[in-house]
Design a protein around this ligand. Structure first.
Ligand code: SF4
Length: 758
């Protein structure tokens, strides 16, 4: 009997009220229906479900099911382009290891199919019993930037206000927490200021710890469309694909970026290459910052970074006022033991040179996951919805009033961060963990720590589209979920653009959209009245929209999903009374001011591509951006004689996505990346260790070992190794250290040794 037959059999046997209802009204629960808004044989548009670039795709339907796709030439993000992942976006849906029924681990240690009613009763009974015995802080959830914002929001509302849980985090902690905290402290709100058009409008583009050539290939294409013959500067210890294409590469020593930035600020101030008028009018704290960087003498910093003083001076000259300079960063900065201060040092350079709020400028964090920005704004984990704070009584009251709940049930401080939740599991304080659409048994830093922690849990629930991810293999209960293309919702890309997911394919078997899984859990838990105004994703979007009114991320001018679709995505903010420009020349001003009050008097026409801070006003109460800084900290795990190499990690191919659970399903994509794990090693080191390209080698850290093929190349410096983050072995090696402000893990540096397999 296959799983589908088993499901039918179980349905016949149980006839539980909700499961019966689900079978009889599949449309309501997303079971196998034809998309109600779409013609069976037609073409529709939606946003790609992989990365934060947020490309528009045309999906071609036959008999109500997606059969093919092409990049959308009208979409303002990708202009008709797609990377290999985008072209293959439909393939992972058809994989034969999709989770199609709920599964419970039995006494024999194996996962066995069950029905939704049994699964949800187990979920509810076990968790309620855990709370009764150990309190509400004994359960935590971990979610993801891969699901739409309505689902993230509903989870946060259900878990925190319905089930009363205190601790929940998302895998955005692993990629974007640093940028979130950096912007919030510097600008007063988590607000990436740019639009992709800035790639085309810059005279100088500086990439810190970013490799857009393969990590964000469509953004890189936008750089290539720049008509201004820009200078392209890459700051990275490794000679990445982007560094090879750059006009200048600064191969600094690992984790010396913060002193480098302070050294550059020192030169800019010393030489008078700053925008004094902008600093005086729009920033605070500059003098203290200038005093701080006085000690970062370029000669000393040149030595510390390995770049030398002359190259520091050359770099600073590229940042002089008079040119449009945009500064971009991603995981090389965010995933650092001092990521927040490093990101803020980049922001400081933009502020002091007046490179913000104008075309081709900005201190710009490129996000990773398709809905990382949505998670940052609405997940109700580290902050209340729409960028509010748990600690603020007014914010708690605003949220309570809009949701119609008692403000007293809202916790007065954020719960534990991801690493602290796992510490709680290891120490036995947290007994049950609910993991939604993420794969920490692969992706968590020092993954063996996660696996050891998981063994201690009384209940590990994994809600995922596959039943055999590294994490699902450890679960006691697996809840099968629908994927991108099988459900509706909104995601927010790197340039703050809201884009739409549509249901263009039925979910397999009994798999449900996470939205409806949360609705069912609320029903079984007995708190579904909390979600009474949220029967569909679009209704939920309207509730979320109300929560943004008057906030910097105000989207109350977006009427509905149709409007997002018709406009080709809409960037926040978009307050009520905003209307789109009829043509590119019809927009005045290009952006409604940072304060939504500026648009309350009447309609403001705006562009399809907008940047923030054009009026020079930021979100701190004084309207100014703040210079933030602090002393650099030592590398948490320096190299030693026993572990003499610094291991760098990163993306290695535009055809892979994170833990490969989806991209690994495509035969086309698999041909575009190495079938074996590999490690890059410099020719001098390889020669000394008698290692040749293609040899199997063992890389060891104090935490574990990884087997990989050697790739001898001068892309890395002597004493450095590089391994792709997508290989499961890599996080057996990484060292668990965290930025103290953002609690983001530092994946980019640990001490290892390497030898030829014996
Ligand atoms: Fe999809 Fe990102 Fe590729 Fe665009 S760049 S097609 S959003 S994976």
């Amino acid at each position: 009997m296959d799983l589908k037959d088993k499901f039918s059999e179980l349905m016949r046997q149980r006839q539980g009220r909700l499961t019966h209802e689900m079978v009889l009204t599949p449309g309501r629960f997303g079971l196998g229906r034809t998309p109600e808004r779409l013609q069976p044989d037609s073409t529709t548009s939606m946003v790609c479900g992989f990365c934060s670039t947020g490309c528009g795709l045309k999906i071609h339907l036959k008999d109500g099911k997606a059969v093919n796709l092409t990049p959308d030439p009208e979409y303002p993000v990708n202009l008709g382009m797609a990377c290999p992942k985008g072209w293959e976006a439909l393939t992972p849906l058809k994989a034969d290891n999709r989770a199609t029924v709920p599964m419970i681990r039995g006494g024999d240690g194996k996962l066995a199919p069950t029905d939704w009613d049994t699964a949800l009763r187990l979920f509810t009974d076990k968790l309620k019993d855990t709370i009764a015995r150990h309190g509400k802080e004994s359960i935590a959830f971990l979610s993801t930037g891969q699901i739409p914002m309505e689902e993230l929001f509903m989870l946060g509302i259900l878990a925190k206000f319905g089930m009363g849980l205190v601790h929940g985090d998302a895998n955005t902690r692993q990629c974007m927490a640093t940028a979130h905290v950096a912007y919030k402290q510097s600008f007063g709100f988590d607000a990436p200021p740019f639009t992709y058009k800035d790639y085309e409008d810059s005279d100088v583009l500086v990439f810190f710890g970013a490799n857009p050539c393969i990590a964000h290939p469509i953004m890189w294409e936008r750089v290539m469309m720049n008509p201004r013959k820009p200078e392209i500067i890459v700051v990275d210890p490794r000679q990445t694909e982007t560094a090879l294409a750059a006009t200048k590469h600064y191969p600094l020593l690992p984790k010396s970026d913060l002193p480098l930035l302070y050294g550059l600020a020192h030169i800019l101030i010393r030489e008078g290459w700053i925008d004094r008028d902008y600093i005086d009018a729009h920033t605070s704290g500059f003098q203290a910052f200038a005093d701080h960087v006085k000690t970062y003498d370029p000669a000393a910093v040149g030595k510390l970074t390995g770049l030398g003083e002359a190259r520091m001076l050359e770099f600073a000259q590229s940042l002089r006022p008079g040119k449009r300079v945009s500064l971009w960063w991603t995981m090389g900065v965010n995933q650092s033991h001092e990521g927040v201060r490093t990101a803020q040092a980049i922001i400081n350079i933009a502020l002091m040179t007046g490179n913000i709020g104008k075309p081709g400028t900005g201190a710009n964090s490129i996000t990773g996951q398709v809905n990382a920005m949505g998670s940052r704004l609405f997940s109700n984990t580290s902050g209340l919805p729409a960028g509010r704070n748990f600690q603020d009584a007014d914010h708690r009251k605003e949220v309570a009033d809009i949701l119609g709940i008692d403000a007293a049930i809202i916790q007065q401080k954020p719960g534990l961060a991801y690493d602290q939740i796992l510490d709680g599991v290891k120490e036995g304080r947290i007994k049950a963990l609910w993991v939604i659409a993420t794969n920490p048994a692969h992706s968590w830093i020092d993954q063996e720590e996660f696996r050891r922690a998981a063994e201690k849990l009384d209940l590990l629930v994994v809600q995922d589209m596959y039943h055999d991810t590294d994490t699902a293999r450890l679960a006691h209960l697996v809840l099968p979920s629908a994927c991108w293309g099988e459900k509706e919702g909104v995601v927010i890309n790197s340039e703050r653009r809201l884009g739409l997911f549509k249901k263009v394919s039925p979910a397999p078997g009994q798999a449900l959209a996470d939205f409806y899984i949360f609705k069912l859990i609320a029903k079984y838990w007995g708190c579904d009245s909390l979600l009474k105004d949220m029967d569909t994703p679009e209704q939920t979007f309207q509730v979320m929209s109300k929560l943004t009114v008057g906030r910097p991320c105000d989207i109350s001018g977006i009427r509905d999903y149709k409007m997002i679709d018709e406009e080709g995505g809409i960037q926040w903010p978009y307050p009520a009374a905003t209307v789109p420009a009829a043509s590119p020349t019809d927009a005045a001003p290009a952006y409604p001011a940072a304060s939504s009050a500026a648009v309350s008097s009447g309609p403001v026409r705006i562009d399809r591509e907008r940047r923030l801070f054009e009026d020079g006003r930021f979100y701190h109460p004084d309207g100014k951006a703040k210079f933030q800084f602090g002393p650099p900290q030592p590398i948490p795990e320096p190299v030693t004689p026993a572990f003499p190499f610094a291991l760098l990690t990163g993306r290695s191919s535009s055809a892979q996505w994170h833990t490969n659970t989806r991209t690994g399903k495509s035969a086309v994509l698999r041909k575009l990346y190495s079938a074996d794990s590999y490690v890059e090693i410099h020719p001098e080191d390889a020669s000394r260790l008698k290692i040749a390209s293609g040899d199997w080698v063992i890389v060891r850290s104090l935490r574990g070992r990884a087997r990989a093929r050697a790739s001898v190349a001068s892309t890395v410096q002597p004493g450095h190794l590089f391994m792709p983050m997508h290989d499961v072995e890599v996080n057996r090696l990484t060292f668990p250290s965290f930025d103290p402000h953002s609690r983001q893990p530092s994946y980019k540096h640990c001490a290892v040794n390497v030898e030829k397999e014996g």
